[in-house]
Design a protein around this ligand. Structure first.
Ligand SMILES: Nc1ncnc2c1ncn2[C@@H]1O[C@H](COP(=O)(O)OP(=O)(O)OP(=O)(O)O)[C@@H](O)[C@H]1O
Ligand SMILES: [Mg+2]
Length: 620
């Protein structure tokens, strides 16, 4: 029974007892106040005292119960507050609580980490001023006001994406989930904020990579076919040129065909690089040395208005990549930088070591978390408009006038870097300049360095060559070429045929094999088997198309030299001599010889000049 009810009943009972006692006393003694009435009143007082004690006991019990209930509720409130704090502290997302005007009431440790503002600095401050860039503040406030009534009506809250700024000025792309609560007559807004900047960058990288992959597949397939045709043209044209050298008009025509085939070869080579199907010969590279050689070349050819600054880290690791391709890639970047600074400026080349976690590796599209050599090519030129940035790596995207650029430079750089297991990043600000940064995997083991060579002299030989090539046209052409160089040739149309020849005990000095062959063993597996039986056997690979991931040490060629298709007689002759003359140690491993990048770079520049003059001619 309630306390008030109990008291009322007790008072009523007391009244009734007094009345009854008095009535009984008057009935016994008649009218007047005497001893009987006295007794009646005393009896009623005794009842009153009893009732009062009863009530007091009940009141005490119920007070205790209420106190216990209150303590329990207080404990529950403390527990709940502690639990909320624990949830907020352990949540992956940052938590921010504000009142309805945006004044911060709560700021979790994750919010401190995300924004750079500490809890003490944030509490009491205006959230919009803390997190929103100045020009966007009025618009943001308006949206907040519009959202507020909607928030109050939506108990499950509202999710939205928002662009915020870190205390240091960095942009943060965030996903927020917000609810409004009525607490003690005022509205509080709870917001969980998740940083999605990296995630978004990774998604964009993925989309870009998928696009590049699709375009690459297409380009690679076509370029591969062209390469085989060009191998036949560039090879046989020399025989034709020899035959008509005394007939000037025909000699001129053959020269034209030869030049056109060269241009075709340069084009398919860029396309294959982009498609990451270029046959690469990765080796250990001292990038500082390579850049030094590049700088010499640039100083000799670039306008003096362009200042070249070197910032090389003396302790930079060796990189593992194809030397010739890396020189062309860096030259491409340098030429792009030059073209972006028609009135002069500064070209800065920088090297350093970086160690990537998964996040950083994903951000630059590199193959894996680990050690990389970073090469940065920065200019103070025109910069790249935002709308162009995502297209610059596309094949044939160029803003240069017809004849000045094919738009394949960066596609080639991109393909090469990716195929090498590295990554690439570009930062550009219109009017201020551009920074391209490439990351190459650090070299782990030593591999063969190709020897320097003289491109002009053709030297043949008399050794016997086992020539394995599945394309009959190419096989026939190579056989003719090899014979014309003085070699004895044993042609084979497949790995199986070659193994049968070797099993017969037929002697030969060098295995010259295509890497990619239809059906059965490929050239690499064939060489594996043959070298296992004869460690000192010399091997020369040829390919227009690389299937294996090339950045693993030894790559597709186990350190043996590779002749990339299409090739000329001079290249074939040179590579054969290099393979036959390479000193090998007892285990059959090639002993590295010094290498200079100069020849590759000069060759590249010559090709560029030839293309430029070709394009100029064709525009006339
Ligand atoms: N350092 C840079 N500064 C400004 N814009 C650049 C820079 N590098 C590249 N670009 C832009 O990217 C485009 C594509 O570059 P890419 O090297 O692929 O082709 P290209 O230089 O036009 O032609 P190619 O390299 O085949 O001669 C360029 O046309 C240019 O608009
Ligand atoms: Mg270019």
């Amino acid at each position: 029974m309630k306390l008030s009810g109990l008291l009322t009943s007790a008072m009523a009972a007391q009244g009734v007892v007094t009345a009854v006692a008095l009535l009984v006393s008057y009935a016994v003694t008649g009218s007047g106040f005497g001893a009987a009435q006295m007794v009646a009143l005393l009896a009623s007082a005794a009842v009153a005292v009893l009732l009062a004690r009863l009530c007091a006991t009940r009141i005490a019990t119920s007070e205790k119960r209420i106190a216990a209930q209150l303590a329990e509720q207080a404990q529950a409130r403390t527990d709940s507050a502690q639990m909320t704090q624990a949830v907020i502290r352990t949540a992956l997302d940052a938590f921010v609580q504000t009142d309805d005007s945006g004044i911060v009431l709560e700021w979790s440790p994750q919010a401190e980490a995300l924004t750079g503002w500490s809890r003490t600095e944030a509490i009491g401050a205006d959230v919009v001023e803390l997190l929103v860039a100045e020009p966007q503040r009025p618009g943001f406030r308006q949206r907040m006001m519009r959202l507020l009534p909607e928030l109050s009506d939506t108990p499950i809250g509202i999710r939205f994406e928002v662009s915020l700024v870190h205390r240091n000025g960095d942009e943060i792309l965030a996903e927020a989930s917000s609810t409004a609560l009525r607490l003690g007559g005022r509205t509080v807004i709870n917001v969980f904020v998740k940083d999605v900047t990296q995630k978004r960058a990774a998604e964009e990288q993925l989309i870009q990579a998928q696009k590049m992959e699709a375009v690459g597949q297409l380009t690679g397939g076509i370029a591969h076919e062209f390469n085989n045709m060009l191998t036949v043209i560039t090879g046989t044209i020399e025989i034709l040129a020899d035959a008509v050298k005394d007939n000037p008009p025909l000699a001129t025509i053959t020269k034209l065909i030869s030049e056109a085939a060269d241009r075709g070869a340069a084009l398919t080579s860029s396309l294959l690089s982009f498609a990451r199907k270029q046959a690469l010969q990765p080796a250990e590279i001292d990038v500082n040395d390579l850049l030094e050689e590049l700088v010499k070349l640039l100083l000799a050819t670039f306008d003096k208005k362009i200042e070249i600054v070197r910032k090389f880290d003396g302790n930079v690791w060796l990189a593992f990549a194809d030397r010739g391709q890396l020189s062309s890639a860096l030259l491409n970047l340098a030429i792009n930088a030059r073209d972006a600074m028609p009135d002069g400026g500064r070209l800065t080349l920088r090297t350093r070591n970086v160690v990537f976690g998964v996040r950083e590796a994903v951000a630059v599209g590199a193959g894996y978390a680990g050690d990389y050599v970073e090469i940065e090519v920065a200019d103070t030129g025109t910069g790249i408009p935002q709308a162009h940035v995502e297209r610059i790596f596309d094949p044939f995207f160029s803003t240069k006038e017809v004849g000045k650029g094919t738009g394949l430079g960066l596609s080639m750089v991109f393909g090469f870097v990716k195929q090498s297991g590295g990554g690439i990043k570009v930062r550009s600000e219109e009017g201020h300049g551009t920074v391209f940064t490439i990351y190459l995997p650090k070299a782990e083991t030593s591999a063969l360095r190709p020897a320097s060579y003289d491109t002009r002299k053709i030297v043949g030989g008399t050794e016997t060559i086992l020539c394995v090539e599945d394309d009959p046209d190419v096989r026939q052409y190579v056989t003719v070429q090899l014979k014309s160089l003085g070699y004895k040739v044993i042609p084979a149309a497949s790995a199986t045929e070659a193994l049968a020849i070797a099993a017969d005990g037929t002697p030969f000095d060098l295995l010259f094999t295509d890497i990619v062959m239809a059906g059965g063993l490929n050239g690499r597996e064939l060489a594996d088997q043959m070298v296992a039986a004869r460690p000192s056997l010399r091997v020369l690979f040829t390919s227009g198309y690389a299937h294996d991931s090339q950045h693993t040490p030894g790559g597709a060629t186990m350190g043996a030299p590779l002749l990339t298709k299409p090739y000329r007689k001079a290249e074939l002759a040179r590579m054969l001599r290099r393979s036959l003359d390479t000193a090998v140690d007892a285990a059959g491993d090639a002993i590295p010889t010094p290498y200079s990048v100069q020849a590759d770079l000069e060759g590249f520049l010559r090709r560029q000049a030839a293309e430029d003059s070709g394009a100029t001619r064709s525009r006339k």
